[in-house]
Design a protein around this ligand. Sequence first.
Ligand code: FEC
Length: 313
Amino acid sequence: MKTKIGVLVMSYGTPESLEQVEAYYTHIRRGRAPSAEQLQELTDRYKAIVGGVFPLRENTDRQVKNVQEALGRNNPDPNVEFVCYQGLKHAAPFIEDGVEAMARDGIQRGIGVVLAPHYSVMSVGSYIKRAEEKAQELGIQMDFVESYHLHPLLIKALTNRVTAKLDLFEEAGADRASVRVLFSAHSLPERILEMGDPYVDQLMETSKAIAEQAGVGSWQFTWQSAGRTAEPWLGPDILDTLHVLHEEQVEYVLSAPIGFVSDHLEVLYDLDIEAQAVARELDMRLQRTDSLNSDPLYMETLSDVVISRWKKG
Ligand code: FEC
């Protein structure tokens, strides 16, 4: 009998239908229902991305399945078996549901990993806190992968994405060196800076590593998708950055949203619709790197960080 090691693969979560948007939004707002206007605005954004589908759900399902396969291939110990469970932050199956499913299967030892490479106490930290609390309640010993933002295979996968789009710019007649690469990630409230949070530094480190490997000289980091709340969020936002680049007479821009690993609203709407509209208005050529989704290098990254965390005990 092999000992089962539960692997809780955690992701943001998305509604399953337009009817579920309100409950989802209420969950994101920690139980406060959105106003009718806010709800309409979010529903419209979902409708605008390929007619109201929710690609994050299918992408997460596929990622979990492929991580399971990678763990099967790479398992170094014939006496154990890694079994993946899904746990979502804002939709079912919730993080707590995933831990409960492990307990039902008699699992006593688990490893948690989030489908987001960079750690912030407000992002990955809150996934871990919820999983940890449930695991303690159910008597499961769990350890967590906090970040993997410089894993060589992740950097390779992201570098390949950047290089592929720079090749396209070149094929279309642009001088490669004239393309400004804009790395981006989800903004967070500015107060994380006073907490000594590693989020910003980790994102800069990932950007620098990709730029070095891809031989990109002209790059900068910018934020995106800031929340609609009164407090200040980290900036500059990508829409403002595009205006500044226009003033600098930059014509070719490659957006590389390295803080995200899937196609979803924040990429398909905020970049492909909103930022693209600004670029068009400014007569700039904006391209975006393809999302990692189930890129085999990303799946190997996840399998490697899970196995390494398990070996550490
Ligand atoms: O496609 C989808 O259905 C889901 C897309 C989606 C992803 C995502 C990732 C992150 N978020 C992060 C932080 C915040 C903070 C707030 C916040 C609010 C929203 C809202 C929507 C939403 N987020 Fe999200 N986020 C996605 C979607 N996010 C929708 C609510 C409306 C809006 O503001 O647009 C503010 C919460 C509050 O009100 O207190 C903070 C971070 C990530 C990346 C890391 C991760 O994946 O966990 C950080 C995908």
